[in-house]
Design a binder for this molecule. Structure first.
Ligand SMILES: C[S@@+](CC[C@H](N)C(=O)[O-])C[C@H]1O[C@@H](n2cnc3c(N)ncnc32)[C@H](O)[C@@H]1O
Length: 356
């Protein structure tokens, strides 16, 4: 599949302070995730960048006081000989590229880092690469973002917040221009959900607030509309829609909502669930704030198959929004699924909050 060309990785000195901090944060997540002992790491994918990223990783390890041997493609035999001769019990060997990936010097790599860059095609497993432990998105080479880090290396709690925010922060300013045509689909979904007039509705993961005006129309002038999001830049971009909708905006995390038990009549969540590390406990938290009989509306302006195709990845049967899985997770989290619709032009599921 064709894609945008890969732009070169800019030299560190040309990065802004914010971009250097981003790189430093990502490298820290990766170095902190490496197991103790003599570990072998290969950086693969995004072939134009793998060597530079491996160099940066080696630098970060050195700066952190961890012995590191750099196995390069320039002098592989010499590098490997030096590493075998000089490596200590906790030396990290860092290699890069497909040549090293195919020939692990100790039988297998302890950690495989995959750089996700365009073009992305089905052969790259949706850009993840086969059997990799860490995926770093480098579509913007000044702004790396970790999209996957194996649980065996580090609990999601350590990296999810910074990486999720970093992912959406750079998308906030252009979100509405890019996806503006979807507004009627949001309005139609909110109308179809049949929310009660005068109720309290929260849009969790509201992004730029595209659904807020439709939610205001649904609950009317006596209702309350709240938009909540994890990413400050999204909330900044949400001011226009929120103003039009007379909605309050809250900076918060869907996993620990700053709202009382049974305090809302309806939760709207578009494009949120698949971004939560543990969708079932996320659904449980949404249930906690919803009164018995209240509604949950899960929406996306593309069906699951259409979205997967757009991202060049296969549709996995175990994804959080797959019908069988969602039926189970909603039930265990305190909801009863009422409707499920997944044609190409939208994803739309509704559920009712169970008593108890
Ligand atoms: C795919 S965007 C959808 C935005 C908006 N709902 C829309 O449909 O345009 C996902 C949004 O969820 C937010 N988000 C991700 N994880 C979150 C969390 N744990 N709590 C609250 N918001 C979160 C992101 O910041 C982002 O704005």
């Amino acid at each position: 599949m064709a894609g945008e060309p890969v732009s070169p990785l800019p030299a560190w000195q040309t990065l802004t302070d914010e971009q250097s901090r981003r790189w430093t944060e990502v490298l820290a997540h990766v170095t902190n995730a490496l197991p103790a002992g003599a570990v072998t790491v290969v950086v693969d994918g995004g072939t134009a960048h793998a060597a530079v990223v491996a160099d940066r990783l080696a630098d970060a390890l050195h700066r952190g006081g961890r012995p590191c041997a750099r196995l390069t493609d320039r002098a592989p035999v010499v590098d490997e000989d030096n590493w075998r001769a000089d490596g200590t019990v906790d030396t990290v060997a860092v290699a890069d590229g497909p040549r090293w990936r195919a020939r692990p010097p100790t039988g297998e790599w302890d950690v495989v880092v995959w750089l996700r860059t365009p073009p992305v095609g089905p052969s790259t497993n949706g850009g993840r690469g086969p059997e990799c432990d860490i995926v770093v998105d480098l579509h913007d080479p000044t702004w790396p973002v970790i999209r996957h880090l194996a649980d065996r290396l580090a609990p999601q709690e350590r990296w999810y917040l910074s990486e999720s925010r970093a992912f959406f922060a750079t998308r906030a300013a252009t979100w509405d221009t890019k996806f503006g045509d979807d507004l009627p689909a949001y309005a139609a979904a909110v109308t179809e959900a049949g929310l009660a007039e005068g109720g309290v509705v929260v849009d969790i993961g509201c992004g730029t607030g595209r659904a807020l005006p439709a939610l205001r129309d649904a609950v009317g002038p006596h209702g309350v509309v709240i938009g909540l999001d994890l990413t400050p830049q999204m909330l900044t971009a949400a001011h226009a829609h929120a103003g039009r909708a007379d909605a309050d905006l809250i900076l918060g995390d869907a996993r620990h909502l700053p709202l009382a038990d049974a305090s809302v009549d309806a939760v709207f969540a578009a494009g949120l669930l698949t971004h939560l590390p543990d969708p079932e406990s996320g659904l449980r938290e949404l249930a906690r704030i919803t009164r018995p009989g209240g509604r949950l509306v899960l929406f996306h302006p593309s069906g699951r198959a259409a979205l997967a195709a757009r991202h060049g990845r296969p549709l996995r049967p175990d994804e959080p929004l797959a019908e069988t899985r969602l039926r189970g997770t909603t039930a265990r989290a305190g909801w009863r699924l009422l409707g499920y619709d997944d044609p190409p032009h939208r994803f739309f599921a509704t559920a009712v909050r169970q008593r108890g």
